[in-house]
Design a protein around this ligand. Structure first.
Ligand code: HEC
Ligand code: HEC
Ligand code: HEC
Ligand code: HEC
Ligand code: HEC
Ligand code: HEC
Ligand code: HEC
Ligand code: HEC
Ligand code: HEC
Ligand code: HEC
Length: 318
């Protein structure tokens, strides 16, 4: 047995054993019964000797539960040295065959296999331990402390492995996957101004790492501003005259996902500015009747809202 299946087995045993002990003593429920059955199956570890060929007797294109899509996916590619197809094949993910291929007696259900996704009776944590047994690289290791792990998402909430292209990995299709759950973000993307995300020029994963929450909001960078500077380097400064909120947090004025206002602004100027500058020009000789003030935009005069390098730019007007 190779390293992959060994490690996988020991991790899964551990996870299943913990659940098994916590389950005994409670009222039986069909989901837990299936988990218990799987625990037992694992302890027996009866793998098929014919591997995938055995499964395909019943899961080929002719069957209702066709599994052939896996061969269009990287996980079905035998040329990849670490591919499941070079280890326990289908059983590397779905667990040992056991008696699953036996015709069930009477009204009994067929012996279960591990299944994935929201409808699976197997808990998200255990589903994920299967995937994580191979995906142990540093990024994935942070998964356990991520917001998505806390919310009990499974890898399969986002990833599809039984098809050629996993939509969440395709820029034009990723948004759909994420906004199925993040409906508020979805509606923001359709507002008057937004980052070019809907057309796939940018993706959620340009800014977020769905696998970790080391940084706030699962951002890929240490702070919100660092995320923005990645593409808007000219806003980084330092400037001779800084505008405090700009160096503090771009999202004090901008919604990164979209807005009904120009330039992703969370509010229209002058309200945006007046939220913080309650009494503008109290001591300044700018007549309230000035057309440029009445026009509503403070930026008619304060053109350098992001900071100024002009010697006379103290009030961000040059
Ligand atoms: C003798 C036929 C047969 C063989 C061989 C077989 N299966 Fe199945 N399998 C079925 C049938 C039929 C179902 C449909 C569910 C049921 O009847 O309970 C099923 C269901 C499944 C499911 C669950 C699908 C779902 O929608 O819940 C998985 C996963 C699965 N099989 C994987 C495998 C794997 C992996 C192998 C090989 C190691 C395999 N099967 C071998 C007949 C078979
Ligand atoms: C890399 C792990 C992995 C491998 C290898 C794998 N599967 Fe799956 N299988 C999954 C996941 C995850 C799903 C849930 C659907 C998805 O993600 O695309 C699934 C779904 C299924 C289903 C249910 C299909 C449905 O429409 O609900 C069956 C049956 C199945 N697999 C059988 C197999 C067989 C047979 C093989 C080998 C030929 C195989 N799987 C190889 C992970 C795997
Ligand atoms: C037996 C080992 C093994 C298991 C189990 C496994 N994978 Fe993989 N996976 C691989 C290998 C090998 C690759 C290819 C990596 C590469 O090319 O660097 C891969 C690649 C991927 C990729 C990247 C695909 C791409 O298009 O680049 C994703 C996403 C992924 N796996 C998700 C999963 C999920 C979700 C599961 C659990 C349902 C899972 N894997 C289970 C071995 C495994
Ligand atoms: C909330 C959605 C989501 C969940 C849940 C999720 N992933 Fe991902 N995963 C992604 C996205 C998006 C990418 C593409 C990242 C990119 O393009 O930079 C990705 C990429 C990957 C890759 C490709 C290698 C890489 O880093 O680019 C692997 C492997 C992978 N995920 C494995 C997993 C495993 C294992 C789990 C479960 C423990 C998981 N993912 C859970 C969204 C998710
Ligand atoms: C340009 C960078 C960027 C892109 C692209 C981006 N986000 Fe964000 N996202 C942020 C920042 C910055 C925050 C935190 C500040 C805020 O919420 O205003 C955030 C916060 C979030 C939050 C948590 C707060 C909330 O609004 O509920 C979610 C969920 C979220 N983003 C989902 C998504 C999804 C889904 C996509 C893709 C459709 C996406 N983001 C694309 C930068 C981005
Ligand atoms: C199956 C549902 C689901 C999917 C799919 C999903 N998420 Fe989430 N996500 C959640 C839940 C639940 C939370 C926690 C509550 C919240 O903030 O909305 C969350 C939280 C977040 C947060 C805030 C994290 C924090 O640290 O504050 C971000 C950012 C995020 N998701 C981005 C994404 C991205 C990007 C994708 C697609 C690659 C995605 N999500 C796919 C359910 C999902
Ligand atoms: C991955 C690159 C990238 C990141 C990261 C990024 N942006 Fe952008 N931003 C763009 C692109 C591309 C445009 C569109 C430029 C165009 O249309 O000319 C844009 C446009 C904008 C606009 C003008 C929108 C309009 O309609 O006028 C604002 C405001 C903006 N970004 C703010 C931010 C903020 C705030 C952040 C950090 C939360 C951020 N951006 C992070 C790439 C990025
Ligand atoms: C005090 C509010 C405020 C803060 C904070 C702020 N902006 Fe802006 N931003 C604006 C306003 C107002 C506009 C529209 C300017 C105009 O229409 O003349 C704008 C426009 C933009 C634009 C599009 C036009 C251009 O100048 O390129 C980008 C990109 C941008 N901001 C990025 C950022 C980034 C990155 C940060 C954080 C470092 C940030 N903003 C912080 C108010 C702000
Ligand atoms: C989130 C709060 C906030 C918002 C929104 C905001 N500002 Fe400011 N602004 C400040 C702070 C804090 C300072 C520096 C402290 C001070 O002198 O009041 C400042 C300073 C200024 C200064 C004077 C510089 C100086 O040193 O005397 C001008 C001019 C200015 N802001 C214009 C604007 C304009 C125009 C807008 C709208 C586009 C705006 N501000 C939005 C918080 C804000
Ligand atoms: C007609 C041009 C003009 C318009 C429009 C304008 N300002 Fe000013 N603002 C000025 C000038 C000029 C000064 C500097 C006066 C000085 O140096 O003493 C100033 C100073 C300021 C200061 C710094 C006050 C101080 O005590 O140093 C703030 C804050 C400010 N403006 C905010 C705003 C806001 C908010 C708006 C929109 C509601 C706005 N301004 C619209 C011309 C304008």
């Amino acid at each position: 047995m190779d390293w992959v299946s060994n490690r996988w087995l020991s991790m899964l045993f551990l996870a299943l054993a913990i659940v098994a002990t916590s389950v005994y003593g409670e009222d039986s429920d069909p989901k837990q019964d299936i988990e218990l059955q799987l625990v037992e199956k694992f302890s027996k570890g009866k793998y098929s000797r014919k591997g995938a060929n055995d499964c395909l007797r019943c899961h080929d294109d002719e069957s209702e539960q066709s599994a052939m899509g896996i061969f269009d996916n990287i996980h079905g590619n035998v040329r990849h040295p670490d591919s499941p197809m070079n280890a326990n094949q289908c059983e590397a993910c779905h667990g040992p065959l056991g008696n699953h291929a036996r015709k069930p007696r009477g009204n009994k259900p067929r012996e279960p296999m591990i299944t994935f996704g929201d409808l699976s009776p197997v808990s998200a944590e255990k589903q994920n331990s299967v995937c994580l047994s191979c995906h142990t690289d540093s990024g994935r290791a942070a998964w356990h402390s991520s917001e998505h792990a806390f919310e009990d998402l499974s890898c399969s909430s986002c990833h599809k492995v039984h098809q050629k292209q996993d939509p969440v990995m395709v820029p034009e299709l990723q948004t759909e996957v994420c906004t199925n759950c993040h409906v508020r973000t979805k509606s923001d993307l359709h507002k008057r101004t937004s980052h070019p995300i809907l057309n796939g020029d940018m993706t959620c994963s340009n800014c977020h790492d769905a696998h970790q929450t080391v940084n706030e909001y699962s951002l890929k960078w240490r702070s919100i501003n660092d995320s923005c500077f990645e593409c808007h380097a000219e806003k980084r400064g330092p400037n001779l005259w800084e505008h405090e909120p700009v160096s503090e947090d771009c999202s004090l004025c901008h919604n990164p996902h979209g807005s009904i206002n120009q330039a992703l602004l969370i509010k229209r100027p002058p309200q945006l500015c007046q939220d913080c500058h309650k009494v503008p020009h109290a001591n300044v000789d700018v007549p309230n009747g000035d057309l440029r003030v009445r026009g509503g935009s403070c930026m008619n005069c304060h053109t350098q809202v992001h900071g100024s390098n002009h010697p006379r730019g103290r009030v961000l007007s040059h």
